[in-house]
Design a protein around this ligand. Structure first.
Ligand code: UD1
Length: 418
């Protein structure tokens, strides 16, 4: 079994280029299905979730190959519209293929996406958006059988600004006749990135980044090259790591405007942060203080994906910080593992009350999910002695080289076989 072993107590220093955003790359890989041509995703991170997307694309008949750091997808040979259960279960984002396959093939057959460690993650909004565009969807025995019978542009009103439902609706709308207006759309930067990619493929789409996205159905898709935005959650992870250990790190390749809620929180905790186009520098003395309550919410609010890592940064802070998790029911599973290391966190439903402790002690802990796993590594970086983090396949879903990146910044950390 591979585990991450980390010895705490080293400050982090240096420069790091942040990987491309997982949450941009995944819907964009699904969007490649639309065009029947070659698309190149430049600097595509090597992640388990990218591998899972590539496996789905290959199953559908696309050719997918790595060319250095780029990923090339040729969807000209696409010949299937079904996705088998084992591929659907590998990741939650597999459901984004639904809109794209339906738009390209006029039908799609797939099972429900992977069960999720964050609690129930329904896809009712995805299905209702596609039905509004005219899709007929039969749900039976864990399968969804969808036929378009010719999708038609329509007005879709999402009852929640769901990221995935917005993306699915955008992708399906590309294959619909006429104009689709998506209201109460999610405003995450990754939606804007998907729009940028679709435009390069020839789609007339606008409004991403606001609550209204307008898509004109497209007949003439063409291949394109695209470099996704930097990963704001990976960046939040590295910033939280330096905040906790102390040190001075500059991150490159990420837009500081995508991170403003996280940098505001870390500044409040006592870090010095400066940013310019494509750079964020964080300096920390390693002794932080508690901050105002952190409420997770849809963008531009505080990202739920950064909750665990910012919590980890504050474990040894002076004072108290309250977290309120509004996005997912079960997003505090890392807390029990952090408690094994001496963290003082009290949970009550969606509220977590963290009281800083003077020291943490190294322990053997287990990743419960992707960001929760990263939080355990961050706790290990500041704990006395050695921490071993198990079940690191969760971390590999979303970080291309968390261990290597932290080691290059000066951490005593490596992956070992145990
Ligand atoms: C995306 C991100 C994930 C992030 C989440 C919230 C990707 C690949 N993943 O996930 O990292 O944590 O946004 O920022 O981009 N909901 C419904 N019905 C639906 C869809 C969603 O009730 O049909 C609810 C969810 O249960 C959740 C909330 O809406 O409570 C937000 O979920 P959503 O924005 O859809 O998250 P994802 O797209 O799954």
């Amino acid at each position: 079994m591979k585990v991450i072993a980390v010895e705490g107590g080293r400050p982090l220093r240096g420069e790091l280029t942040v990987q491309s955003a997982k949450n941009s790359v995944l819907p964009i890989l699904a969007a490649c299905v639309l065009c029947g041509d070659v698309c190149v995703i430049e600097n595509c991170p090597r992640l388990e979730d990218v591998e899972a997307s590539a496996a789905i694309l290959r199953h559908l008949g696309c050719r997918v190959r790595r060319v250095g750091e780029d990923l090339e997808v040729d969807s000209s040979g696409l010949c299937r519209w079904d996705i088998p259960d084992d591929l659907m279960r590998r990741m939650r984002s597999s459901v984004i293929f639904l809109g794209a396959v339906l738009a390209r093939c006029g039908r799609a057959e797939l099972s429900y996406p992977g069960g999720c460690e964050l609690g129930p993650r329904p896809i009712d909004l995805h299905l209702s958006a596609l039905r509004t565009l005219g899709a007929r969807i039969d749900e039976c025995g864990g399968m969804m059988r969808c036929r378009s019978g010719g999708l038609r542009g329509a007005e879709i009103v999402l009852s929640l600004p769901s990221v995935g439902a917005t993306e699915n609706a955008m992708l399906a709308a590309c294959g619909a006749a006429g104009v689709t207006v998506i209201s109460n759309a999610a405003r995450e930067p990754e939606i804007t990135d998907l729009q940028a990619f679709l435009r390069k493929m020839g789609v007339n789409v606008r409004g991403a980044g606001t609550s209204t996205v307008i898509v004109e159905g497209c007949r003439n898709f063409h291949g394109c090259r695209h470099r996704c935005i930097g990963d704001r959650i990976a960046a939040a992870t590295y910033l939280s790591a330096v905040a906790a250990t102390g040190g001075d790190v500059t991150l490159k390749g990420v837009d500081y405007r995508h991170l403003s809620t996280v940098t505001t929180a870390l500044s409040q905790a006592g870090c010095r942060i400066s940013s310019a186009a494509g750079h964020i520098r964080l300096q920390s003395g390693g002794q932080l203080r508690g901050i105002c309550p952190v409420h997770t919410s849809p963008h531009p609010g505080f990202p739920t994906d950064a909750q665990a890592v910012v919590m980890a940064a504050l474990l040894r802070s002076s004072g108290t910080t309250v977290f309120v998790e509004n996005m997912f029911q079960n997003r505090y599973r890392h807390v029990a593992e952090l408690q094994r290391m001496g963290a003082n966190i009290r949970l009550e439903g969606r509220v977590a009350v963290l009281c800083g402790v003077p020291r943490l002690c190294g322990a053997t802990v287990r990743c419960t999910d992707l960001r929760g796993g990263a939080a355990l590594v961050l706790a290990g970086l500041q704990a006395d002695g050695i921490t071993q983090v198990e079940e690191i396949h969760h971390i590999k879903r979303g970080y291309s080289d968390l261990t290597g990146d932290l080691a290059r910044l000066g951490a005593e950390i490596r992956e070992i076989d145990r």
